[in-house]
Design a protein around this ligand. Structure first.
Ligand code: GLU
Length: 418
């Protein structure tokens, strides 16, 4: 399994070379600015105490407070969190919101924990990292296997420590405790704006276009619904960690979501053909939406991807070797930190609403999200055309340039483009 942080660094190296970035600046941007590793004792339901390991990594705060989710995953490592924190830095920069990048993670398997154990772990994590966070320092959010409920517990724990209301300590909260309307499907919705713009630019008709979605968490399940509702696409295949389903005439999103709710997986959905996650990536579809974990499109399968557009709602689904293969084969990739930036964009809106004790209507959130994502996509698309590079590198050029400029302005490292 390729190391995601080495991948993130090699992507940066390529951009730094092309931007002719000063060596000290490049060196600064290659590593996180701060890393915290914590141990979290949790009383389990059987009475025993289990010690969990957690991380919070603050990659770069030159453009604003660090921002990024918390992942609960059995295979979490410090290097995955480092990579995700780096990608958050480029993500907030590509959509040009005044934030830096950070990420958190806990090594655990939420699927094997009771609700009470999850709550105690969430509160324990917040107690362990509280001193490193703050609305003007670093603001977490949901990610893989963390939910609005978990955000609410974490906010509540922080407020006990702070002895006051601090809703801006975390985003992705339920709407009844300071969450923003429109945050729930924001990651997928932002990706749909990119998809709409990409299809327009490439002359692809989305109505009736076939789609395969890998992953059926927050991003994947909402992508299914929005592909249907916004564009009238036919979603022919979806999957989750336990397997996939394929139905050429199209899968109805509400039925699949209900089935997953009842059974914990989409696998076994009646009337559809069972397929593996690997087979899903190679289906003959117009659009492929990886929405699960990193490193799923590699040099081993990239040549078999038949989609015209790959819209990356997951973080880090494509390795650099696969990127080159897709580019050579004329597959248009909407890179992760652009495609999935809708989540953090609405998180930013949530912060703004919390700071001003305000509440925006859902339609207002959608309008602003569309504007931010359209502008970001257009910038990257133009950069790609101008520099004749693949889309991920174009996005890196836009983002690294912005972060580098902020570092230079602050006097942290040498001047750019010398
Ligand atoms: N975890 C999400 C991401 O990877 C959202 C981060 C946020 O809202 O701060 O972009």
């Amino acid at each position: 399994m390729p190391n995601p942080f080495e991948i993130a660094q090699s992507q940066l190296d390529e951009a730094a070379k092309r931007l002719n970035l000063d060596a000290d600046l490049h060196h600064l941007l290659r590593e996180p600015m701060a890393e915290h590793k914590v141990r979290i004792p949790v009383r389990m339901d059987n009475g025993a105490v289990k010690i969990f390991t957690g991380f919070r990594i603050q990659y770069n705060w030159s453009r604003g407070p660090c921002k990024g989710g918390i992942r609960f995953h059995p295979e979490e490592t410090i290097d995955t969190v480092r990579a995700l924190a780096a990608w958050m830095t480029w993500k907030t920069a590509v959509v040009d919101i005044p934030l830096g990048g950070g990420k958190g993670g806990v090594i655990c398997n939420p699927k094997e924990m009771s609700v009470g154990e999850l709550e105690r772990l969430s509160r324990g994590y917040m107690r362990a990292v509280a001193k490193f966070l703050g609305p003007e320092v670093d603001v977490p959010a949901p990610d893989v296997y963390t939910t609005p409920q978990i955000m609410a517990w974490m906010m509540d724990e922080y407020e006990v420590i702070a002895e006051r209301h601090v809703p801006g300590i975390i985003t992705g909260k339920p709407v009844n405790v300071g969450g923003s309307f429109g945050r729930g499907d924001a990651t997928a919705r932002g990706g749909m704006v990119c998809l709409r713009e990409a299809a327009n630019a490439l002359g692809i008709h989305l109505k009736g276009a076939t789609v395969a979605i890998q992953g059926y968490g927050n991003a994947g399940a909402h992508a299914h619904q929005l592909c249907n509702e916004m564009f009238g696409c036919t979603v022919v295949a979806v999957s989750d960690s336990r397997g996939g389903i394929h139905l050429q005439q199209g899968l109805e999103c509400h039925h699949v979501a209900e089935f997953k709710e009842r059974n914990g997986t989409v696998a076994g959905y009646p009337g559809a053909k069972a397929i593996t996650n690997e087979e899903l990536l190679e289906l003959d579809v117009d659009i492929l939406i990886p929405s699960a974990l990193e490193n799923v499109i590699t040099d081993a399968n990239a040549a078999k991807v038949k989609a015209k557009i790959v819209a990356e709602l997951a973080n880090g689904p494509t390795t650099p070797e696969a990127d080159n293969i897709l580019h050579q084969n004329g597959v248009f990739v909407i890179p992760d930190f652009l495609c999935n930036a809708g989540g953090v964009t609405v998180s930013y809106f949530e912060q703004v609403q919390n700071a001003s004790n305000d509440r925006w209507k859902e339609a207002e959130v959608h309008r602003r999200l569309d504007e931010v994502m359209t502008t970001a996509f257009t910038n990257v698309f133009m950069r790609r055309a101008r520099e004749e590079v693949h889309t991920r590198l174009a996005a890196y050029l836009v983002s690294v340039e912005r972060v580098a400029e902020a570092c230079v302005t602050r006097g942290w490292a040498g001047s750019r483009n010398k």
